[in-house]
Design a protein around this ligand. Structure first.
Ligand code: F6R
Length: 366
């Protein structure tokens, strides 16, 4: 049932070109110039008139939510707040009847996320679920929603669910943006086309696997890791750090790259590997300055770069290339090498990759 792979996690990492195709299929037309997320269209006015969108989630799903915030604010011009479900449910939040609350959960059974849904519902908000498990508690408790359709995720560390969640959030934001007219039509079509190409790009990026396996050996015995990214890649950095922590038990922290100088840079020395997502986007130059700051303090740089990069290649200790996509979809592409890096380091350490200690696939108790 692992399909010849040594672990479910590796199988699920490799499945991503197909799972994202399944996620997109039926929602995007063959020409790649139109997307229809039916749950959004069925509730068109709720989304178009929303004064605010609140996204509640935990763990990896919370990282996907952060990307959702960037996408929705960027394309739909609706203010978005992202909340840990566990905080939201206990902090007496302001919730209005014209708020849309999106709950993201792979399992659909996370106790805190379910409680956040019930709370928001009791205040009259419209609740939209983004789940993987069909018929799960959160899917049933929400007013409407979209499944990510990535198939069962068995490995405790979430991989294909994360990329599926970001893909659904992209389709949701594009559907709202089109309905609202908040994005020029030409731009809309460019984004739809870019999304359609993502599965093929993931097939490309998976070819880096052997290289990542090799370089993972250099870093297996590090005691700490820092992950950095800016913009859309900041949540990808958080997610990369979480993957490493969960399955290798190495302490890792993710930060927005520019936050380094506000404290974490004190940690940098020759013993500190720093994974930097430095793809060629609007803020590439800024990320390069952050890399130089780390290099000046003798940190070891593992950089995720866009194919053909020459600048970062000169500074970083190791580089992993990913194919070019639009900035908004970079975190989908850049999260693949980070999943593989965490996986191979954990395997090198002999960890129980699919069932890490102290973790459960569904956190049904708070
Ligand atoms: C990370 C991981 C957890 C879950 C979190 C939320 O790899 O597995 O952080 O993402 O427990 O779970 P769901 O999405 O099922 O609500």
């Amino acid at each position: 049932e692992k399909g010849g792979y040594p672990h479910f996690m590796l199988k699920e990492i490799y499945e991503q070109p197909k799972t994202l195709l399944d996620c997109i299929r039926g929602r995007i037309n063959v020409e790649g110039n139109n997307i229809v997320l039916s749950g959004v269209i069925d509730n068109r006015d709720k989304f178009v008139r929303a004064s605010r969108i609140i996204i509640v989630a935990c763990g990896t799903s919370w990282h996907a939510a952060l990307i959702g915030e960037y996408l929705i604010e960027d394309w739909c011009r609706i203010p978005v707040e992202v909340e840990y479900a566990s905080e939201f449910r206990y902090r007496n939040p302001v919730i209005h009847a014209d708020d849309v609350v999106i709950a993201i959960s792979q399992s659909g059974e996370t106790a805190d996320t379910l409680a956040a849904v019930e709370l928001a519902k009791s205040k009259g908000a419209f609740i939209y679920g983004i789940c993987n498990v069909i018929g799960s508690s959160i899917a049933r408790a929400t007013h409407s929603g979209s499944y990510i359709h990535v198939g069962p995720e068995i490995g405790v560390a979430s991989t294909k669910a994360f990329t599926g969640q970001v893909t659904v959030l992209s389709m949701l934001a594009l559907t709202i943006a089109k309905e609202k007219g908040s994005i020029p039509h030409k731009k809309y079509e460019e984004k739809v086309q870019a999304l359609k190409n993502i599965p093929a790009l993931l097939t490309e990026v998976l070819k880096q696997s052997d290289k990542i396996k090799e370089l993972s050996k250099i870093f297996t015995y590090a005691h700490n890791f820092i992950y950095l990214g800016r913009g859309y890649n900041y949540p990808a950095a958080l997610e990369g750090a979480l993957k490493l922590k969960e399955i290798s038990y190495i302490h890792a922290e993710g930060y927005p790259a520019a936050e380094m100088k506000h404290g974490p840079i004190a940690l940098i020395d020759t013993e500190m590997p720093v994974v930097v997502i430095a793809t060629a986007d609007r803020i590439y130059e800024k990320t390069i300055s952050n890399i130089q700051e780390i290099k000046a303090r003798k940190g070891k740089i593992i950089a995720i770069v866009t194919e053909g990069d020459t600048v970062v290649k000169d500074i970083a200790d190791v580089c992993i290339e990913v194919p070019k996509t639009i900035e908004e979809f970079e975190p989908i592409v850049s999260s693949i090498p980070l999943q593989l890096l965490a996986y191979f380091i954990a395997v090198n350490k002999g960890r129980d990759v699919d069932q890490p200690r102290n973790l459960a696939k569904s956190v049904t108790v708070e």
